[in-house]
Design a protein around this ligand. Structure first.
Ligand code: SAH
Length: 255
């Protein structure tokens, strides 16, 4: 069971599991607001794209803390449905749109956006490729703000190195990612690591009850059991090796 990798987990299954949760990746309201604080010249004409938005926890934080119009995009229709229901409930229906689509084939115009936001999702296209490709859809001087798994140290114990090498083969250090951002045509504006609570309180803890519920919902289902074993191992490894890695917010301005 410990051999299950992220790539073997069924996309529909993992989305069904995660869409019942507020977030699908580490992060928090406070850290989204902190990142937003680095962006200048936001107004009611600002257009933000939120890529790999999931059920839109960070989208609502962006809507509450700006006057911008936000176009969200995710590959999973169930997440977009839930996001739009939340947007309507919070009174943001006129400022938030939802698109089902892939982040590597964006259905947008060149230079359409002032801001591209993406929390916990850029690894699906690759950090370097995402920065390069998404740049086409940003206006000059527009901002990119993404969170991405990163090493905190130059060397790591083998167990955690192997885990991340499988999940995110391109994972590298913060310093190297900043260079990649610069090479992709952005002025690096800020990079900061998300605090531990973004993983524990906002990601792993809410999953515990969901895991019990999911196992009960699918008794004897091997795919479900393997997926839950994978997610539990992810949490255990974090506890053991958190000094070596984390999510980092990278913010850049298009040159
Ligand atoms: N931003 C949210 C969700 C992060 S999880 C949060 O921080 O809570 C990553 C999200 O990326 C999932 O919702 C998944 O469906 C989506 N995703 C994965 N591959 C994608 C792709 N190729 N294009 C668009 N979205 C994708």
């Amino acid at each position: 069971m410990e051999d299950t990798t992220i790539h073997e987990i069924d996309f529909a299954l993992i989305n069904e599991y995660f869409t019942a949760l507020e977030r699908q990746g580490p992060g928090s309201r406070e850290q989204t607001i902190k990142a937003l604080g680095f962006l200048e010249h936001l107004s009611d004409t600002t257009k933000i794209a939120d890529l790999g938005c999931g059920t839109g926890y960070q989208t609502m934080v962006l809507a509450q803390n700006t006057e911008a119009t936000i176009t969200t995009l995710d590959l999973y229709a169930g997440s977009i449905d839930r996001l739009l229901a939340t947007a309507e409930h919070l009174g943001f229906k006129n400022r938030i749109q939802g698109v089902v689509g892939s982040m590597d084939a964006l259905p947008f115009r060149q230079e359409e956006f002032d801001v591209i936001w993406s929390e916990g999702a850029i690894a699906n296209i690759g950090f370097e490729k995402g920065l390069q490709y998404w740049r086409n859809f940003l206006k000059k001087d527009g901002y990119i703000a993404v969170t991405y798994e990163s090493w905190f140290t130059e060397t790591r114990p083998e167990e955690i190195e192997a885990w991340w090498h499988d999940a995110v083969p391109e994972i590298t250090t913060i310093g190297h990612n900043i260079i990649l951002m610069q090479q992709a045509g952005y002025v690096p504006v800020a990079a900061f690591a998300l605090p531990e609570q973004c993983w524990t309180d906002h990601y792993f803890v809410p999953q515990q009850a969901r895991q019990e519920e999911f196992l009960k919902q699918y008794p004897g289902n091997k795919s479900v059991e393997n997926m839950i074993a994978f997610l539990r191992r992810e949490a255990k490894l974090y506890e053991q090796y958190k000094q070596y890695y984390g999510y980092v917010f990278y913010i850049g301005r298009k040159i």
